[in-house]
Ligand binder design. Sequence first.
Ligand code: PRP
Length: 182
Amino acid sequence: MKDLHPDLERIIISKEQIQVRVKELAAQIQKDYAETDRIILIGILKGAFIFLADLARELDIPHIVDFMAVSSYGKSGAQSGAVRLVLDVREPVVNEHVIVVEDIVDSGNTLNYLYHTLQGRQPASIKTCALIEKKRESLDVPIDYLGFTIPDVWVVGYGLDYADTHRTLPFVAELKSEVYQK
Ligand code: PRP
């Protein structure tokens, strides 16, 4: 096995663990939507693109994929929690069964904003799916399909980044604190 990059402390979720869990989540979604004409999976860029690609390819029910992207005004300070839409879905979601797909839920601000934005557009139903949730106080938005809960550390890989680096690692790893504290 290749040595871990020097920025990384340890692997938190291995490639194999991710593969198994993604299959399980897809199986659960497939069961829940077995009677549904089709679903729309909306991935939140950039982070969710890898998870969405793997999840969607495990689904054997009619589905389409679409994307949204937001910009957050910092995770702390006076504007903490403010989220702005920078890319919207291509197809309307009215009367559609929507699943919002996130790589990670940290403060929950992004998912909360998107959930309520989409809910206001009269979809037939809306659910949420996240690969990772950080262990925090309760969120306003339920996560219907959740892969893993992890400690409150900075993680990269499988879509998650540090300043746009380490995003395409096949596993999820903890970033050394000295990397982001520099
Ligand atoms: C990350 C992640 C989630 C969001 C979660 O995105 O992909 O979308 O933060 O954080 P929250 O629960 O505190 O809102 P980021 O803003 O880093 O953008 P990126 O996906 O383009 O890297």
